[in-house]
Design a protein around this ligand. Structure first.
Ligand SMILES: C[S@@+](CC[C@H](N)C(=O)[O-])C[C@H]1O[C@@H](n2cnc3c(N)ncnc32)[C@H](O)[C@@H]1O
Length: 213
């Protein structure tokens, strides 16, 4: 089985080739709840110092959208071509929707493997978010069908620990890893942890890199 792209109601959508034609999933960034973002655990994990953030694992764009809606500029990297295409289409529609355009304008999406692109993308960033696929059976914040499709497309992100090592090798002061509650840290023990109902955010801080001009 694989995933295929199709146009449904004028939107680029993705479905499993076992699913019925025209049943594809597209992304609606305008449906993401961006009220009361100050208390959102991801926004708290990124912290007050953040102006520019790299989302190394953009996926369906929910986290990038929340960060941009909270006022950060976001460089989002996604390596899977179909997921990147569906997200780029959603961003393009958001840029044309007046109520969404200011948030969409703060997100720059590239199709790239963050393990190779991070060193350049991370210049001047305050934080890098790493949110690889959750291990099997872990609860995810994504809707079940979205998880199934993304998993069918990308598998298990078995190189996620390597991605964290690359992120830690940059000069970015804060690295945040989104993990299911039951999973061990992706690398060493984090310095801080922020818990939310479905997930936790493991935070790796490098205080010597935190000075700002
Ligand atoms: C769990 S999803 C991310 C969900 C995302 N945070 C959201 O809000 O929708 C993981 C995504 O990261 C992508 N990914 C994993 N490793 C990557 C890498 N090294 N570079 C770029 N994208 C990567 C996968 O292709 C997948 O789309």
């Amino acid at each position: 089985m694989g995933v295929i792209l199709e146009i449904v109601d004028g939107r680029l959508a993705m479905r499993s080739d076992a699913d019925a034609p025209s049943s594809g999933m597209s992304i609606d960034l305008g449906s993401i709840d961006v009220r009361a973002l100050g208390g959102h655990p991801l926004v708290r994990a990124v912290g007050k110092g953040a102006g520019h953030v790299v989302d190394a694992t953009a996926g369906l764009g929910g986290d990038a959208w929340i960060l941009a809606a909270s006022g950060r500029t976001v460089v989002a990297l996604e390596r899977h071509p179909s997921i990147h295409a569906v997200l780029e289409d959603a961003l393009m529609r958001a840029r044309r929707t007046p109520a969404l355009a200011p948030v969409a304008a703060r997100i720059t999406l590239s199709q790239a493997d963050a393990r190779h692109a991070l060193a350049e993308a991370a210049g001047g960033a305050w934080a890098i978010l790493v949110d690889p696929m959750f291990p099997p059976k872990a609860k995810s914040a994504l809707a079940p069908r979205d998880i199934r499709l993304v998993k069918e497309a990308v598998g298990d992100d078995a190189d996620a620990a390597n991605l964290l090592a690359v992120a830690l090798a940059t000069t970015v002061p804060r690295i945040i890893v989104k993990r299911p509650h039951e999973a061990p840290p992706l690398g060493d023990e984090p310095h801080h942890v922020i818990e939310s109902r479905l997930v936790r955010y493991d935070i790796y801080d490098r205080p010597h890199l935190m000075h700002r001009p």
